[in-house]
Structures are given as C-alpha cells and as structure tokens.
Design a binder for this molecule. Structure first.
Ligand code: OOG
Ligand code: NI
Length: 466
C-alpha cells in the first residue's frame, strides 16, 4: 500500500517536473532557489534542521469554474491528505477584475506537514456576480462550463478509494498519479477565439477559467530562505520580476506570515479556432513562476497589527507620491509598531509557537511563574515558531493582477453575490477549516504538555483554562 503522504509527495514531484517542462523559466527559478537555500542552510544551523522539508516544498494554484468542479478537485486533494483551509474573497481585494473566491487545500496535522507540506490555492469563478457578468453571459458561461469534464470518472473513483483506504496499492497509485497530473496539464484543445475574447474583455481571469475546456496549473511556487537575494539573482539572470516583494517588509525583527514575488507571465503558444472555423496558432500569457518566504504564523491579534501596519504603509506611500518605495516606508513603521524579537511576539500573544520545558531550566526549588512572559524570560520554557502555512488575500490579489494583461471591467454600482466560508463549504461539500483554530490548537496542546511537565500549576490554570 502506498500511504496518503507518499501519494502527496509523488504528486507534488511529478507536477513540478511537468510544469518545468511546460514553463522552462520555472526550472531556472528552482535552480536559483536551490542555490540560495543551500547558502542560507550552510550559514544557519537552525535552518538546516528544516532543509529537507523546504527543498521539497511547493504550492500550486488552480482555478475552476463551478461548485461541481470544486467538489471534484476537493476529492482529488482528499486522496492526497489535503483539506480545504481558509476562505479568501479576491473580488474586493484586487483593483482589477478578479471574480473568484478561493480556499487552499493542504495537510493539517504537524507530522503530515513535516512529511510533505504541498498545498494548492484553489479559486472558483463567481458566475452569478452581477458586477462582472450580466444574466445572459452568466447563462452562456454556465452552459459552457456544464459541458466540460475536468476530472475523468476513473480519476475520481480512484481518489475516493484512496481517501477511504488512506492509500492505494502500487498499480492503482501509478494510475491515479498519472491521471491526476494529466488533469492539470495545458490542453492542446483549440481555444475558441471569439468566446475567449468576450470573457477577457470582462476579466482575464474569467477567460482563463471559463474560456477553455480544461483547467491547468497556473503556477508552482518553491519556498526560499532569503527572498531578497533571490529577487536580485533572478533579475541578474535577465528574468523580469514583478515590481516588488509582497507582504511584510524585510526588517530587523522576526519574519512573519508570507513574503512572495513572481516573474511575469510568459507567452505560450496555443491553438485557436477562429470565428470562420479555421485553426491558427497564437499565444496566451497567463502562467508564471512565483517564489515565497514563509515566516511565523500570527494570532488574530498579531494579524490585526499586521493589517493596521499595511494600511498605514499604504496611506504614507500614497502621500509620498512616488518619492519612496514601499519597503522604505514600511520598515520604520514596523520598527515602531511590531515586536522586535520572537520572545516578545510570543509573550504578547501575537504569534503562534510550540512550547517545551527548557533543558536548562531553574532547578533550585523556585516555583515557575504564572505568566508566559515570565516563563520565557526566566528560562523555564522554550518557544519554537509555528510556520505560517496559509496565504494572504492581498498578496494573492496582487499576484493575480500583476500578471493580467488588461484590467477588465467591473460594474461597481451593483452589489456582489455574498460568499463566505460557510457558503464555500456547502459548495465543496466538506468543511472549510479555520487556519487560526489549527495553529491555536497546536500551540495550546504543546503549552499544556510543557506546563504539566514543569508542574507549573499556576501557569496551567492561568494560561490553559479549559
Ligand atoms: C492564485 C493567486 C494566489 C498566492 O500565492 O497568493 C496565490 C492564482 O493566480 O490562481 O497563488
Ligand atoms: Ni501562489
């Protein structure tokens, strides 16, 4: 039996090989990422511990058209031990027309993340949203989508079995992986020129999703340990990067959440069916390569602080009117408004950590203090950061938009169809998990164990009330 995590690792590996063959610049990105990661790991023993996980770490992005397609994608990912986590509404987060709502499929348990953390950011077109599609176009779009098959029945049957039995026997695993990777390859099927163009006028994303008869991996993203060095090296190799690194600035304090950047989408040859029925060769520019640096997961309080700093950076940047970069404006704000050390982040309840009794804790009969700050400061507990495993809506919207050719159109006088995590869960037919709850549960369990081991009864009552 090939267990779930081996299926996931093999899928990620094969998808990466397939995408490298389709988009050669992605292979360059992997090379440079590998170089940078080796250099950082040589310097930093802390990082070396995670090097194996980081070297294999990728996220992908796919886009589907309907709740039915999303449900099927969820079935394929369930076979790989990946569950929907988080709800992202990109319709309002983007300045251009991005008519989608999204979730991320990923492993949830810490040991599963350690084995292979592969995740896929998955977006669904909101065809009923009147800001983008009128009733006539909605109906034609839905008819078009209802007529296509993204995932063949044999793939879905194998996925159901893999989910039920927590793995597959080797022959079936091979068949499942072949079909699953093929479902995300770029299709040679001709693109209907007039239909694609009609959708692209409204939104390039809508055309990429609903203008073709299949889905494809949109990008794959390796994890890099120094994204600023990587950004410069890619530029040195002559690859055009987007203007900035998205997310928190580089600064002299703990790295948190997620910093991402990408190279611009490249022309890819595609076959078109012209209005007169003839076949021609043209190009579409939708797929790209992205890279990311992952930092510490933030609690709701920490996230609110991050969002406030981001909003303040926006305000000041607008006031500077082009005289300063985002990085220049953000850094001093962070230095004034964000904890400068991991310990302060932990003690302030802004970030998530796993806690353990310190090996060198006081053994002179003193009682451990009742508060987290005291336990850390006086050497009773050690705190190890929990890595942020999710995404940022604003960066996601930025990634979408920076790679679109046109801005599209949106009728802002109309209101959008309402979507939230519950509605998305109904569409998927599976619960959409709350990322904050996942991190908090992991942190709380470690803290409880550590305090019990220390016999820190006061702290236990104070910090773990339940
Ligand atoms: C997904 C964009 C979001 C990220 O890393 O934030 C994303 C897409 O372009 O389909 O992948
Ligand atoms: Ni991405």
């Amino acid at each position: 039996m090939i267990p779930t995590w081996r299926l996931r690792a093999a899928f990620a590996r094969r998808l990466s090989a397939m995408y490298g063959a389709e988009v050669p610049a992605y292979t360059t990105l992997l090379e440079v990422t590998g170089e940078v990661n080796d250099e950082v790991a040589r310097r930093d023993p802390d990082v070396r511990r995670d090097a194996r996980r980081v070297a294999a770490e990728r996220h992908g992005a796919i886009r589907v058209g309907t709740p039915g397609e999303l449900r099927q994608a969820a079935q394929v990912f369930a076979a790989l031990g990946m569950r929907p986590v988080g709800f992202y509404d990109l319709r309002d987060a983007a300045t251009s027309a991005v008519p989608v709502v999204s979730t991320a499929f990923r492993p949830v348990e810490p040991d599963e993340l350690d084995r292979n953390p592969f995740r896929v950011f998955t977006s669904m077109l909101t065809t009923a949203d009147r800001r983008f599609f009128d009733a006539g176009l909605q109906a034609r779009l839905e008819t078009f989508l209802a007529g296509r098959t993204l995932f063949p029945p044999e793939l879905l049957a194998l996925a159901e079995r893999a989910e039920r039995e927590h793995g597959l026997v080797p022959d079936q695993a091979e068949r499942f992986l072949t079909l699953a990777v093929a479902a995300f390859e770029l299709s040679p099927e001709p693109v209907d020129r007039a239909w694609y163009r009609e959708l692209a006028r409204i939104s390039a994303v809508a055309a990429d999703i609903g203008g073709v008869t299949s889905t494809h991996i949109n990008h794959l993203t390796p994890r890099v340990l120094d994204i600023d060095v990587l950004y410069r090296r890619m530029a040195d190799r002559g690859i055009t990067m987007i203007d900035e690194i998205q997310g928190p600035p580089r600064w002299d304090g703990p790295g948190v959440l997620l910093r991402q950047t990408s190279f611009r989408a490249l022309d890819e040859p595609r076959t078109f069916r012209e209005p007169d029925g003839s076949l021609t060769t043209g190009a579409l520019r939708v797929r790209f390569g992205e890279v990311e640096a992952r930092g510490i997961a933030l609690s709701r309080t920490g996230r609110a602080r991050y969002d406030a700093l981001t909003a303040e950076t926006d305000r000041r940047l607008a006031a500077e009117d082009g005289a300063a970069t985002r990085q220049d404006v953000a850094r001093p704000l962070w230095e004034a408004g964000f904890p400068r050390s991991e310990r302060a982040l932990a003690a302030g309840g802004l970030g998530y950590f796993t806690y353990a009794p310190a090996a060198a804790r006081p053994r002179d009969g003193r009682r451990p203090p009742a508060d987290l700050a005291g336990l850390l400061e006086h050497g009773w507990l050690t705190a190890r950061p929990i890595v942020y495993e999710d995404f940022l809506p604003r960066s996601a919207a930025g990634i979408f938009t920076s790679n679109l050719t046109g801005h599209g159109t949106r009728d802002t006088a109309r209101s959008g169809t309402h979507y939230d995590g519950h509605r998305l869960a109904e569409a998927i037919g599976r619960p959409v998990l709350d990322p904050f709850q996942i991190y908090a549960a992991q942190q709380d369990a470690s803290l409880r164990r550590a305090l019990d081991a220390l016999g820190a009864d006061d702290a236990r009552r104070n910090l773990c009330p339940s």
